[in-house]
Design a protein around this ligand. Sequence first.
Ligand code: PLP
Length: 390
Amino acid sequence: MPKPRGRHFFANPGPTNIPDSVLRAMDRPSVDFNDPDFVAVYEAAYAGLKRVLRTGQHLFMYNASGHGAWEASLTNLLSPGDTILVLESGYFSDEWANMARSHGLEVQVVAADWRRGVDIADVRRHLAADAAHAIKAVCAVHNETSTGLMLPLPAIRAALDEAGHPALFLVDTISSLGSLEFRMDEWGIDCVVGGSQKGLMLPTGMSFTGVSAKAFAAHASARLHRFYFDWTMMAERSTKSFIGTIPVHIFYGLRESIRLLEEEGLDNVVARHSRLAEATRRAARAWAANDGPRLFCLSPDRCSESVTTVLMPEGCDGDSLRRTVRERFNVSLGGGLSRLSNRVIRIGHLGDLNEPMLLGALAAVEMGLRIEGVPHGRGGVEAAMAYLAA
Ligand code: PLP
């Protein structure tokens, strides 16, 4: 089949669309990362990223995708045999837990239905039962990209405080930062894990951890093995935040992406994502008629504002729908991960995105449903347009 013409519509939940001005900012020859001109770019990007994280504390950055920052968070804060508590939300909370086990950590899990996420009362009970304070860290994925589910971080912080539990609070903000409201310091988060390729609208390859003063103090006695990710070594370097060759182009891009986020205003960025997410949910609710595809998330106040996971009807193949949509209409959607493989499609609506871009992706899905013969209610795009025009 010939390659479809026209612009490729990228509706994956990460990586995301890279704005033209970010591409232009990175389109330049190499420069020595010690060059004073570049040092100024680095420092501006570094300070800007702290503003986006809403933190005045530490920030360390890595040449690695989000997995690297996960590994940095665990190895810098914990020692072999330490216990951590992971709040189940989907594939990515499972993988963070698996990584912890591979490092010799004892992992307890607050189990949850993937369509609803953890009950905060269960989290509170779990922490209150740990009278000896064996749990050293609580790990939560703010926005679970596999299930399209958000967790209420202030409520989890409150559960820790109500239980009087001193565990560190670790949060994965990989698919929420720059898209959903996020406040590291105000919400009492000790370590934040983030990546370049989602709300920050950059290529994949740079990840980072925001680290509270409490976490940095705990780091001093943490004995898990680390080298490239070591915060103490980083703090001793001239940048105070990076080891090894700095990916200069990413930093030119980061400075520009932060400029774009701040030009729009972080609150407006959050409101835009919320609007696009609601339009997507309205489309999915229309499709759900006639036993059609439906929202995977069953907790209305937790449905993600950056990615919508849509459950296919029994016997219908999500990957086949994605293939049709890609081959016929040049639209790329996310697929199901692990136990959701083939069972869902994921519509990403984060990053550099506006109403017509979203409507194009929704229309392609709706046409794909017809072509594939998937039973569904008509009028999903109409429902999204009615909402966006209101
Ligand atoms: N955590 C979440 C919530 C993610 O969405 C992803 C990737 O999509 C990861 C972790 C892993 O990050 P990476 O693929 O950049 O290593």
